[in-house]
Write a protein that binds this ligand. Sequence first.
Ligand code: PMT
Length: 413
Amino acid sequence: MNIVLGISGGIAAYKTPELVRRLRERGADVQIVMTASAEEFVTPTSLQAVSGRPIRSNLWDKEAEAAMSHIELARWADLVLIAPATAEIMARLASGGAPDLLTTLCLATEAPIAIAPAMNRVMWANPAVQANRKTLEKRGMQILGPDHGSQACGETGAGRMLDPDVIADAVCSPEFAGASADGVLAGKTVLVTAGPTREPIDPVRYITNRSSGKMGYAIAAAAHALGARVILISGPVSLQEPRGADVVHVETAEEMHAATHERIADVDIFIAAAAVSDYRPSEASAQKIKKTKDTMTLELVRSPDILASVAALDDAPFTVGFAAETENVREYALGKLVNKNLDMIVANRVGADCGFDYDDNAAEVLWSGGEKAFDKMPKSELAAGLMDLIAARFFATRGAETQPALSIVSIKE
Ligand code: PMT
């Protein structure tokens, strides 16, 4: 998980090197963003040492912005955690002001934001602070704490920042990342391929297709929401990585094939949503091809069929293919189900008005002995419905002993 840790200026900032260590122990990459007043309480040097990354604090730092702009940072984050969060930063967040890097980043991010308030007990009880807390909660921010106990000012009451271990446990838990620890796929691994591939012709040209990756990314997010560990092997797309998925970026069909087989051993469910190029140029020219003739012929050779090769493994995972067709959708999909020896196929029509790149999709799902149709709906909703169905079929065919209590869609067999 990529965590932007925002540190605002309160005495509890002295605990943040410890917090960074606890987050990193749990596998998080931590990028620190400090407010100017935070630097009065803890030094950027110590924080840089424990986080292993240069500290960001100034929105106008040209060098730092050139390396990773505040917008890129906002996109990079799977979570923005502000600890300690002072009364001042809570007020700025509630008002939507963006006078510095941290508050600007909070406005620019689509990642969830969690704050760990820390302040004197009277300040915490102040109606203005409590009104800001309520506003932030209403907008979906997670408020962690504060704790009750003795305070740096000598008083006792509610306002201490939670212990770094408690904060780290909370934000690194699967529930926090949107996964359900008791979801039906908890303990299972789902591998999803998504997006197009690019097959180079020469250093400046390639063969590709119209896939945006939206369908596959939505499936990865839906699998994660059911509690699965998710590996997403993605062709080149311009989407934000779904939270909670280990994303592997590839370009060509051969790279996608290799990346899949490197990771397939422990996979329980494989879902091939990628639009893989069936053919690639037999040779990619090392130099840009010059236009010397009126016509030119490209020799194409077949790319490896990733889906068929996974389904053919001795201990193949539950294998789900997609069929993208412009005509005879059902018939062609049934052919792929049988010929590639799949457990299930998701047939969708593609064309000028549907399928690739659209935010909505409709699908017909087929398996041996059953089928289910999904009307046109947002790809995120379709993905959730598909994952419920896939989980149900997975448990129905791969052993009842691993099946948790399922409360999912009824299936027409
Ligand atoms: O990415 P979006 O813009 O959101 O669009 C979604 C989608 C239309 C791409 C998606 O819903 C979809 O249908 N994906 C599969 C596209 C495709 O390549 O279909 P196909 O019928 O050509 O291939 C059949 C299956 O074999 C697919 O599961 C494909 O991933 C797989 N395949 C194909 C060729 C190959 N060399 N290796 C493969 O694994």
